[in-house]
Design a protein around this ligand. Structure first.
Ligand SMILES: [Zn+2]
Ligand SMILES: [Zn+2]
Length: 116
């Protein structure tokens, strides 16, 4: 889950083009607007959730396009744990912890105990 907490006040509407592939409709929107009225509704879009793939036992690749550092919430990847944890997403960095703080440490401890 991604919580967008950016609150950049921008009152100026501009002529923009919808970014939905195959649409490209002109609309008047604020600087942050990316879609026409129709495609602003998520179910009308060809929406794909963020792609995660595992890089190692503790980390995942999180493809994002943030251009500023931003704190977002991720769901713990440990089976049965749905705890949300916060990560700081950094531009051009795509590897992030996969688990909540608790499981991150539990996991590491478990590995050390095995002596590997
Ligand atoms: Zn559109
Ligand atoms: Zn967890």
């Amino acid at each position: 889950m991604i919580v967008n907490k950016s609150r950049k006040p921008s009152k100026e509407k501009k002529l923009k083009y919808c970014l939905e592939p195959g649409c490209g409709k002109e609309f008047l929107g604020y600087a942050v607007a990316k879609y026409c009225d129709f495609h602003r509704v998520l179910k009308n879009r060809d929406y794909k959730p963020p792609v995660y793939s595992e890089v190692d036992i503790n980390n995942v690749v999180f493809k994002h396009k943030y251009r500023d550092s931003k704190e977002i919430e991720m769901e713990c990847g440990f089976p049965g744990c749905n705890k949300l944890y916060r990560i700081l997403v950094i531009p051009k960095i795509h590897v992030y912890p996969k688990y909540c703080e608790y499981h991150r440490n539990a996991w590491k401890r478990g590995l050390e105990e095995k002596g590997e």
